[in-house]
Design a protein. Structure first.
Length: 191
């Protein structure tokens, strides 16, 4: 029986599709966080336009996250270098799982908030009609808001700090190839 990693050396580079999805989602998530904070302070038609942008970004993030998850299942990540300590492997795995929770959970809870708001949903990117989720009631709305803002958003910030700190630690302190595995602009040391 063969394994998903067979033929791939520990520490090998991620596929081009994985790298493109990683960086596209990273940029979209950061933009989305700022758009979400920005539109909360608006009033009138500007708030509606900003909300339409926020919803469109959220749907795009959800679609790309599901695509990324499917790609990851079909094309597993290259194995981590054997030199990594067990706690590093566990933390890396937990961080990656946490990011999938954020990338899928944040848009779903946002969709639930919008679905329970009592207002119509704007078309995604102004062209794709977007349905409501089959949820209703003040309790569902409050639960979705709590998950969206108080739990998942905070989890996102913890994960982003861990992820960036880990990449920088590996690159500058450990001087290994970890950053090279996913960074589109860096060349492998000595290669």
């Amino acid at each position: 029986m063969t394994t998903a990693h067979e033929g791939r050396a520990p520490g090998a580079r991620y596929s081009t599709i994985s790298i493109v999805l990683h960086w596209t989602l990273a940029v979209l998530l950061i933009v989305q966080i700022f758009v979400g904070g920005w539109f909360e302070d608006l009033e009138g038609p500007e708030k509606g336009e900003a909300f339409a942008l926020h919803l469109s970004l959220g749907v795009t993030i959800l679609a790309l996250s599901l695509l990324r998850l499917g790609w990851r299942i079909a094309h597993p990540a290259p194995p981590l270098p054997s030199s990594y300590a067990a706690w590093v492997r566990i933390l890396a795995r937990a961080t990656h799982v946490g990011f999938y929770v954020v990338m899928i959970g944040m848009p779903l809870t946002g969709w639930a908030i919008a679905s329970t708001s009592g207002r119509g949903l704007p078309d995604v990117w102004g062209v794709i009609p977007w349905p409501r989720l089959p949820v209703s009631g003040e309790g569902a709305h409050e639960a979705a808001e709590t998950l969206h803002v108080d739990i998942i958003l905070k989890l996102f910030w913890v994960l982003i700090v861990l992820h960036i700190a880990g990449a920088l630690k590996h690159h500058f302190l450990d001087k290994d190839d970890t950053l090279w595995r996913m960074a589109p602009i860096f060349r492998r040391p000595g290669g």
